[in-house]
Design a protein around this ligand. Structure first.
Ligand SMILES: [Zn+2]
Length: 229
């Protein structure tokens, strides 16, 4: 079955490697994982053959290990989002870095995947924190379009807010929260709308692109057979 919403895969080693073409979208899901809503989001993504980027909170990954494993089993991309979701620029550098490290450890323990992507809670960041991430080989990912799914909203409101934001940017990184029931309900209709409007959902992966497989040696067997056979 054709999956017209499925776009290319971009491999990142640094933030600046992320360059989206017009109509390309990255879907990000923060603050989970949780048992039911995360599953609904995964099912909607699967139905369209697309991948998201899940920025898990360490404490949530500790609590909801099965949900965390389900995200990995679906071959989604894993990121971290601290341990307790503090406002990192308000708690002092040492405490902030400790919370980031603890979050990474919990996400890794729950998923079996070392997170190489990170989102700052409340988008609160500074240079020292950026350097701490860089020294750990972790790439911070910002946002272009805020679905504002953390505020009471109907499905139609979430969908039209995201589409309006994407139209203004020509594409971009969308912030959503798999924690939220309203997001679990809105994601299917949103994906349908993205597909209808000709967008492509890009998969982000950490590292270098895999080497292309060598060309198979094509031997014209029949041309080599002795005449008469
Ligand atoms: Zn968050």
């Amino acid at each position: 079955m054709a999956k017209p919403l499925a776009g290319r895969t971009i491999y990142l080693e640094q933030t600046r490697d992320l360059v989206l073409a017009p109509k390309e979208v990255v879907l990000t899901f923060d603050d989970g994982p949780v048992p039911y809503n995360t599953r609904s989001v995964l099912d909607a993504l699967d139905a369209h053959g697309v991948k998201g980027l899940f920025f898990m909170v360490g404490e949530m990954a500790d609590w909801h290990g099965e949900a965390a494993k389900a995200v990995v089993a679906d071959d989604q991309t894993i990121g971290s989002h601290t341990y307790q979701h503090p406002h990192l620029t308000s708690i002092g550098l040492t405490g902030a870095i400790a919370d980031i490290d603890k979050g990474n450890a919990s996400v890794e323990k729950a998923t079996g995947v070392t997170p190489h992507f990170f989102r700052f809670p409340y988008l609160a960041e500074n240079e020292a924190l950026g350097r701490a991430l860089q020294s750990r080989g972790i790439i911070p990912v910002g946002i272009d379009v805020d679905s504002r799914d953390y505020q009471p909203s109907t499905t139609d409101e979430i969908v039209s807010r995201v589409m309006t934001g994407l139209e203004a940017h020509g594409g971009g990184i969308v912030l959503m929260h798999d924690l939220q029931g309203r997001t679990a309900r809105a994601i299917g209709p949103l994906l349908d709308r993205l597909e209808a409007d000709g967008y492509k959902v890009v998969t982000l992966r950490y590292g270098k692109p895999p080497e292309p497989a060598p060309e198979p040696l094509l031997v014209n067997v029949f041309g080599r057979l002795p005449k008469g056979i």
